[in-house]
Design a protein around this ligand. Structure first.
Ligand SMILES: Nc1ncnc2c1ncn2[C@@H]1O[C@H](COP(=O)(O)OP(=O)(O)OP(=O)(O)O)[C@@H](O)[C@H]1O
Length: 613
């Protein structure tokens, strides 16, 4: 902004038009207060030299207008003052203007001139042997009695133009400086940290809102010494030492904050200090958020050992072992059929281990083709192969650094990768595909398999040396059919989870459902149990989970049963309960019940008699 301050109307109009001609707008001001309201806008002020002093405190660029010796001579010629040789010609101006005019005059004193300041002029009054000239902006200062006696002089067009050119180039410069200042201010404002900066005397130059809140400072602290608010401020120490201080912990207004302090050094001199600080609880919140993000990206374990449901002695023993193994750094091998909870145990071990704050990275070794598994595990360097990402790729080993890498279905791992894995386990370093560098990694391995690795070794599908490396500690998870006692707890836990997740309203479970579930042999183990319960909950219209919604399971069960001997099933099945459930479901219709159970009517009659039904 080009501000014109306290100018005579005619001069103001002339300058305004000149600026307009080159595409600039001007604004007129007549008081310092009016200027102060605009002070946040970058501006250049053009003002008669006489007012320069009253604007100095604003700390914005000021271009003083003044008359030149040429302007005086031209006026004298024009007004015929040259011929008044008997009278002395006096120039009335401000002290500042006189200083510059005298310099010009001393260089080239073509006509005799006297210079009097406006103060001298007012005290001495008009002398009869003198003629007076003054710059046009003195007009308002002269009283009525002076008019006519004092000739007013305007700066020439050429000196106005050079002032305008100067103003434009300063305006451009201040605009770009202001842009940078706004950016810095925006950064400081938007920072999540409190930021306070002081100058070399310890006066506050910046204090963002966070800082004011954390330190209990009011608005308007700028310009005040920091010691007025914090008597023993550590910033004064940095002003003296010039040393960076990081991660200092202090209690301010009952809050624990962590503080960093940086000296501002310009050309070897300490000109200020910037400090940034954050409440520790905020850091903890951020850590929590980060952990949530890790969790979403699959890098965090969510199940604890205590979340693992079941009361069978086999499961309790496995949980106790896992708890103990968690405290060690040794590799753990978890064995068990698919869906028995191997990954759940791996997560539980990680969360019970000292690596709990590190990442938990799971990879299913059977899900990827050999070439991809290698680059997933170890990463690759840029340009390792056609189609490789620019910048390369970080492998899962590196991602799991400081945490746990869960290698699921390790029995499916190709022999070539088994060899690479063995080397990583021995050397604790990884080499990326297509790279020379080795990167040290600190990763705990938990492996899982549903295969009998001893058999795989015999068939030369699994390396013996790797087997001994990973099978340091072993947790064996029995299949669900061998621990039917866990079913009620599992069933209830899963129903509760669905209730929470889907807001379903199952409040009770029919006894027949337990019976039905105990009759089934669960080849897919707990995963299958989960899926079936989910399906039943979805099909269920009431608030009780009934066998009606599990009809599909009943049919499945019957198909299995028709292939087996009933007496074989009776080992695991409470036959009586099952028949009762089927009868109820088919409203005592014996034909349908027999069909559903996969037996002929005579067998059903025999059983009804046997169980007194
Ligand atoms: N004891 C348990 N309590 C509660 N939920 C369980 C339990 N065991 C397993 N589950 C649940 O069963 C499902 C399968 O578990 P998980 O993926 O851990 O099995 P897995 O043995 O690793 O299977 P796979 O070998 O097929 O990878 C998961 O949804 C898991 O939460």
């Amino acid at each position: 902004m080009i501000a014109l301050y306290k100018m005579s109307d005619s001069l103001e109009n002339q300058i305004g038009k000149l600026f307009q001609g080159v595409g600039y707008k001007t604004a007129r001001f007549y008081s310092v207060n009016a200027l102060l309201e605009q002070i946040m806008n970058p501006m250049v002020i053009i003002t008669p030299a006489i007012y320069q002093k009253e604007l100095e405190a604003l700390q914005v660029p000021i271009l003083p207008l003044s008359i030149r010796l040429d302007d005086i001579e031209r006026t004298k010629e024009k007004k015929g003052l040259m011929n008044v040789s008997s009278k002395k010609c006096c120039v009335v101006a401000s002290e500042e203007e006189i200083k510059w005019l005298k310099k010009e005059y001393d260089e080239n004193p073509r006509i005799p001139l006297h210079f009097v300041s406006k103060e001298e002029f007012f005290s001495a009054g008009i002398q009869p042997d003198r003629v007076y000239v003054a710059p046009v902006w003195m007009k308002d200062l002269l009283t009525h009695s002076h008019s006519g006696t004092v000739q007013l002089i305007k700066p020439s067009l050429s000196s106005l133009i050079s002032s305008i050119q100067m103003a434009i180039s300063i305006d451009k410069l201040t605009a770009s400086i202001a842009m940078e200042r706004y950016q810095v201010e925006a950064i400081v404002k938007s920072a999540h940290d409190g930021v306070v900066a002081v100058d070399h005397e310890g006066r506050i130059t910046v204090a963002n809102e966070h800082a004011k809140k954390l330190l209990g400072l009011q608005d308007g602290v700028k310009g005040h010494k920091i010691t007025e608010f914090i008597p023993h401020s550590d910033l004064m120490r940095i002003l003296a030492t010039g040393k960076i201080e990081m991660g200092d912990i202090a209690t301010v207004m009952g809050r624990q904050i962590v503080i960093n302090r940086f000296p501002v050094i310009v050309k070897g001199k300490i000109v200020g200090v910037v400090s940034s600080f954050k409440e520790i609880t905020n850091i903890q919140k951020m850590e929590l958020k980060l952990r949530k993000m890790l969790h979403q990206s699959g890098l965090e374990a969510k199940h604890r050992l205590s979340d693992i449901v079941g009361r069978s002695s086999e499961l309790i023993k496995a949980k106790e072992l896992a708890q103990r193994f968690a405290q060690t750094e040794a590799t753990v091998l978890i064995t068990g059929e698919s869906g028995t909870g191997k990954e759940l145990f791996a997560q539980g071990i990680h969360l019970a281990s000292p690596r709990v704050l590190g990442p938990f990275v799971a990879v299913n070794c059977s899900a990827l083709p050999e070439s991809l598994l290698e680059s997933e595990l170890f990463g690759y360097e840029e340009g390792a192969f056609t189609g490789a990402n620019k910048g390369g790729k970080v492998g899962l080993f590196e991602l799991a650094h400081g945490g746990t890498l869960f290698l699921d279905e390790i029995g499916e791992m190709p022999l070539h990768i088994q060899a690479l894995l063995l080397r990583v386990l021995q050397e604790r370093t990884v080499r990326k595909v297509g790279g020379e560098r080795v990167v040290p990694v600190d990763v705990r391995i938990i492996a899982a398999t549903n295969r009998k690795l001893e058999e795989e070794i015999r068939e030369k599908k699994f390396r013996t040396d790797l087997y001994y490396r990973i099978n340091v500690l072993n947790v064996e998870l029995p299949p669900l059919r061998d621990r039917l006692i866990d079913i009620p707890d599992l069933l209830e836990a899963i129903v509760n989870q669905f209730n929470e997740k889907r807001e379903s309203k199952i409040v009770s479970i029919d006894q027949e459902v337990y019976t039905l579930f105990k009759a089934y042999d669960w080849p897919g183990n707990i995963r299958e149990l989960r899926n079936i319960v989910e399906r039943m909950v979805l099909l269920e219209e009431g608030t009780t989970l009934t066998v009606q919604s599990g009809e599909f399971l009943l049919q499945k069960l019957n198909r299995n049963k028709s292939q087996k001997d009933l007496s074989d099933l009776s080992i695991k099945v409470n036959e009586r309960e099952l028949i009762e459930a089927a009868l109820k479901k088919y409203f005592n219709n014996k034909t349908k019940t027999a069909q559903a159970l996969g037996v002929d009517r005579s067998t059903l009659w025999r059983k009804l008699k046997e169980y007194n039904l």
